[in-house]
Design a binder for this molecule. Structure first.
Ligand code: DGJ
Length: 723
């Protein structure tokens, strides 16, 4: 197998603070208890709410989880072990599958254990097949549970792994699943259904997570929502093919599991080689908001997390599409700067032959026909207007109609004599090919050296299907994904202040593998605020809000043709990385003044967005959406109350404001950045008219009446602890 296979982590020295063979990791409100000496391999007997560290209790907990022999079953009823296989007697989906010269029966036993602080490393081996496995367990500061498995072939023959996945047991009463599906322009539509016996499997075979991927597979008590209901969920931090599953078995175990989806041949391990799963991460909470906060906290604590205030961004795509013209773009830059934009991003269409989406990908040279003096005049103009400059690229892709494809057809991923089905008239480059990699890396470095580019919008618009190393060759999704990571890492190292956005036909590559190397995602190509409500809600389960691109749309939304107001569009874009995607040269002075007010308000609250907690109301009226951002110290919160349709009652029933400190008194008021829209209410809203002070307990449990609004209107409410 190629050198791209990752190396097994070194096992820590053995320290054995074990009582009766039980490991207890405890951090950030979470406990993980592992019964290490169970006959069915190491078993996670508890993951979730924090337990006291009382050794006798933990030993009894482990004993309490063992199974009795039953009629009609095997004499040793196997539990869900870590790396459970049929050789243990496990009858559910195995944690590992594969075959080699020594057969396909796998059974691992623990040979060494290291525990240090909040991490445990278990070394296992299967002497008969000549494999070792390293199980790494880690609890982050916020209680996020990470698992990674590495399998090494220590035999003298090849071994082929066909699947390898980490399992997370969930409480038996978690009988409902919530996950998402989607498509281009509608990523992350929620689906809720029963977690019944059998396997519910979600796979990505697109070479990227895909618009239909569920970022999290969650299992909870029936009816769990954002504010309440115990729920557990997992995520696979990987940008290639992956799989997550929920399985319930008749021996009384329910679990979530996930890992990379290995295509045929991708898991071949030559003697001495090893392969790791990506990190698979699990979180839990009383309600989805608490579950999501563990992800956000963990992500924000990384050293490379973008910490400077998120620059208000204007992207040119919907303003000009491929119609690049220096005069028009400098005018757009001027208007953008005048309303407070801080970063100007030139989207697709600037390079050789790229007049539409049929040609040019791969030819990463500024098109002199359109840009006779290069991008310099525009970049200088943008800088002179006080903004940063960003540029769109799609480095993994190639159009057959390009100089690159004509010169190096052997760099294109294909598995047969014919090219695979194209998507948007394009194919994918084999980034794992050293020469293709060197060419693409060279062009990107050259552009970054020639121009003061502070931001790359990194796009990826085609699924990797039949992505082979050449006719009759090997499947390349795994190696391509590693090469992409290497390229991103090298670019970041060489250009330390460069920020990168992960875009893939909108939000089709959203995962914590890519987000460990980039600074934000493009959440969706759909800018319709009503459509964005659900998209942003379920994306934010995983992604911290400051890493989610949210832009103002032009009044007639390009993807839905719906006409929307600026105030609605802005209110929905507020709780993220705020920006604009609109031909501002077509706006009048009044509109520009309103946009400037919203931009100014977005700047006012961006620290709150970048450090606070995203919350959603569980409300009962589908016509009304309540979401907010609560400061980390809970001294301030901003809520957006969006009227999607008419409400069932009129006036609308009280709404509660989640996430506040029950013991703090808040002054609540409605604020009107961008000016006030006419509303249908026929008398003033009493609490807003007077100085209203309510404590967090009342606001979060009893609430107050929102204003009567027309459909497609939104209201911003501030709750502020008086100084
Ligand atoms: C797809 C992206 O999602 C859009 O935002 C835009 O960048 C286009 N590609 C450009 O081709």
């Amino acid at each position: 197998m190629s050198t791209e296979i990752t190396q097994a982590p070194v096992v820590r020295p053995t320290i054995l603070p074990l009582t009766d063979g039980v490991i207890h990791l405890r951090r950030g409100g979470t406990s993980v208890v592992v019964d290490v000496h169970a006959l069915d391999g190491p078993v996670i007997v508890h993951w979730g709410v924090e337990l006291e560290d009382v050794p006798e209790q933990l030993a009894s907990l482990a004993a309490g989880a063992t199974l009795q022999r039953i009629s009609g079953g095997l004499d040793e009823t196997a539990r869900l072990g870590m790396l459970a296989t049929p050789a243990h007697g496990w009858l559910g989906t195995p944690g590992i599958d594969g075959h080699g010269e020594r057969g396909s029966s796998l059974r691992f036993s623990v040979t060494d254990i290291g525990v240090e602080d909040h991490e445990a490393t278990l070394l296992l081996s299967d002497v008969e097949t000549g494999l070792t496995a390293t199980l790494e367990l880690r609890l982050g500061a916020s209680g996020l549970f990470h698992q990674r498995i590495t399998v090494r072939n220590v035999s003298e023959d090849d071994f082929t792994l066909t699947s390898l996945q980490a399992a997370f047991p969930v409480p038996w009463d978690a009988t409902e699943l919530v996950e998402t599906t989607g498509r281009h322009l509608r990523e992350r539509s929620a689906q809720r259904h029963g977690f019944t016996f059998g396997t519910h499997l979600r796979e990505s075979r697109r070479g990227r997570p895909g618009a239909d991927a569920t970022l999290l597979l969650t299992a909870g008590r029936p009816g769990f929502g954002f504010e309440r209901g115990r729920v557990h969920g997992i995520h696979v931090a990987w940008s290639g093919n992956h799989r997550v599953m929920a399985e319930r078995v008749t021996t009384g175990e329910a679990f979530l599991a996930g890992g990379e989806l290995l295509l045929p041949g991708e898991g071949v391990l030559a003697p001495g080689e090893s392969m790791s799963t990506p990190w698979v991460m699990g979180s839990w909470g009383d309600g989805l908001s608490e579950l999501s906060h563990r992800f956000h906290d963990e992500w924000r604590a990384r050293p490379q997390h973008p910490r400077r205030p998120r620059p208000v961004t204007l992207n040119t795509w919907e303003a000009v599409y491929f119609d690049h013209d220096l005069g028009k773009l400098t005018e757009l830059a001027d208007v953008a700067a005048s309303v407070g934009v801080e970063r100007f991003v030139l989207d697709d269409g600037w390079f050789n032959g790229r007049r539409d989406d049929t040609a040019g990908l791969g030819d990463w040279f500024v098109d002199e026909q359109v840009w006779p003096e290069g991008l310099h005049p525009l970049v200088e103009h943008v800088h002179a207007a006080g903004m940063e400059f960003g540029l769109w690229v799609e480095p993994e892709m190639v159009n057959p109609d390009s100089d690159l494809a004509r010169k190096h057809p052997e760099w294109i991923l294909q598995a047969r004599q014919d090219l695979p089905p194209s998507g948007r008239q394009q194919q994918v480059l084999n980034l794992a090919h050293p020469n293709a990699y060197a060419f693409i890396a060279g062009r990107l470095h050259a552009l970054l050296e020639e121009y003061p580019i502070s931001y790359l919008k990194w796009d990826h618009n085609r699924d990797l299907v039949d992505a082979g190393s050449g006719p009759g060759g090997r499947n390349m999704v795994h190696n391509h994904t590693l090469a992409l990571y290497r390229l991103l890492d090298e670019l970041k190292q060489a250009h330390p202040t460069l920020e990168i956005e992960s875009c893939a036909s909108g939000g089709a590559r959203v995962d914590l593998g890519i987000l460990d190397r980039t600074d934000r995602i493009w959440t969706s190509d759909c800018l319709d605020p009503l459509e964005r409500l659900e998209n942003q809600k379920y994306t934010s389960l995983l992604v911290p809000p400051e890493m989610m691109g949210m832009h103002l749309t032009s009044p007639v939304v390009h993807s839905t043709r719906r006409t929307v107001s600026l105030n609605l569009s802005a209110a929905v874009a507020l709780f993220g990385h705020f920006g604009i995607e609109w031909d501002l040269t077509q706006t009048d002075h009044t509109t520009r003044a309103s946009i400037a007010e919203w931009v100014s308000f977005a700047k006012d609250i961006r620290d709150l967005v970048a450090t606070g907690r995203t919350v959603f109301g569980d409300g009962t009226d589908p016509g009304l959406d309540v979401r907010g951002m609560v400061a980390a110290d809970k001294s301030r919160a901003i809520y957006a109350v969006t009227q999607i349709t008419t409400t069932i009652t009129s006036p609308p029933a009280p709404i509660t404001l989640p996430g506040l400190n029950p013991h703090i008194n808040y002054r609540v008021r409605i604020i009107h950045p961008g000016g006030q829209d006419p509303q249908p209410g026929q008398s003033p809203l009493a609490w807003d008219r007077q100085e209203s002070v309510l404590n967090g307990h009342i606001l979060s449990t009893i609430g107050l009446r929102p204003p009567v609004q027309y459909p497609q209107q939104a209201t911003i409410i501030e709750a502020l602890q008086p100084i």
